[in-house]
Write a new protein. Structure first.
Length: 378
């Protein structure tokens, strides 16, 4: 009976293609939008994940994310280092500035000042140049995305910039994950960052801490907060703070949620309408099957076989289009750098397709099960 059901479905190619299109389009929209949404959220935690050696981030009590914080006094570094259980602590400056390129263009940038001695806070991978070059006078490193943005024709290394009315020379290019703000990132030594950034009483953005052996980051963060009065968060907690800040303070979740919901609704509408028309056009064939003794349970299995076929093909085609879109985006555009499809998203899309087919299948079955065998003789 399954073979007969498939032959009935594929016999009307227009409706068969229409049902496949509805499932594929819905799958594409759901997986694509969820993938973009998740990766945008993850960029809110990119700055934290970039520094994998730090177990705890210490900041002002008003600090919320890597981009939303208040500077600490310079004495905060020594206070944190004096807390028992701290293996090492390093300073980090992270602040906005503006650079003027040799062409005279003005570009907003994020300046990150890393520890002079250990260079903790610098990305692990150098694409051009050497880490030791950051010790040169006025040396800065630029992230690869920012390099292509400011210097489309290449040749960034060795270029002189005007950073807040001071001289800065690009000595290397680092492989850094873009952040949610998407600004150009310049890395320099902590001592240089103090000169590049506007002077205020407090300059230190964060203290990066490594827990000593035998103490957990959670216990150390609680101890630092208790003994210093600063806000201390483990790396995982601070990364989650960045995600939650985007969710709570932007319209991104609502906009993407509406798009995903519309994809599901449109898929149900297309598949339901086309499947209903298919059943109506084949009502006499179903009546003939019932006239020769085919039971309602076998009729149900036939509709399940038809739904399963279009669901499998349509879902696979929609997922393939999503993979092609993401791979094409990451290969040709810096906007999609680092984007990937989490394994949970195809499962969510598969569940949505199953629900969609169940809804449309139930509606179609009502007409079939109510068909009288005598219908074929009218």
């Amino acid at each position: 009976m399954g073979w007969i059901a498939i032959r009935m479905l594929t016999g009307d190619r227009v409706k068969f293609i229409g049902i496949l299109f509805g499932v594929a389009f819905s799958t594409l929209l759901i997986t694509q939008q969820l993938t973009i949404f998740v990766n945008l959220l993850l960029r809110g935690a990119a700055a934290v994940h970039e520094i994998s050696t730090a177990d705890v981030w210490v900041m002002d009590q008003a600090g919320r994310t890597s981009d939303v914080t208040l500077p600490l006094p310079a004495t905060a570094l020594d206070r944190v280092r004096s807390v028992p259980g701290v293996a090492w602590a390093a300073p980090l400056i992270r602040s906005g500035a503006a650079v003027r390129t040799p062409e005279g263009d003005l570009e907003p940038v994020t300046v990150i000042g890393v520890d002079d001695a250990s260079l903790i806070g610098l990305p692990r991978t150098m694409l051009e140049g050497h880490r030791d070059a950051l010790a040169d006078p006025d040396a800065v490193f630029i992230d690869d995305v920012g390099s292509r943005k400011l210097f489309a024709n290449g040749g960034a290394v060795g270029t002189r910039l005007e950073l807040n009315d001071q001289r800065a020379v690009i000595r290397g290019i680092v492989d850094a994950t873009p952040t949610f703000t998407g600004t150009v990132i310049l890395y320099t030594r902590y001592s240089n960052a103090l000169n590049y950034l506007p002077g205020t009483r407090n300059r230190l953005s964060f203290v990066l801490v490594r827990a000593a052996p035998g103490i957990t980051p959670q216990a150390l963060a609680a101890r630092i907060g208790r003994e210093t009065g600063f806000r201390a968060r483990t790396s995982d907690e601070f990364a989650d703070d960045g995600l939650n800040y985007i969710i709570e303070n932007t319209g991104i979740p609502i906009n993407f949620g509406i798009t995903v919901a519309l994809g599901f609704i449109v898929g149900v509408a297309i598949v339901g309408l086309t499947f209903t028309l298919f059943i109506r056009d084949n009502i006499k064939q179903f009546g003939a099957l019932k006239a020769i003794g085919v039971t309602n349970n076998k009729i149900r299995l036939m509709v399940v076989a038809q739904s399963g076929l279009v669901g499998l093909i349509g879902y696979g085609f929609g997922l393939m289009l999503t993979v092609g879109f993401i791979l094409g985006g990451t290969s040709n555009s810096d906007t999609f750098k680092g984007f990937y499809i989490p394994w949970q998203i195809p499962l969510i899309a598969a569940a949505s397709v199953i629900v969609m087919l169940l809804l449309t299948g139930v509606l179609a079955l009502r007409a079939v099960l109510n068909t009288e065998p005598a219908e074929v003789f009218r």
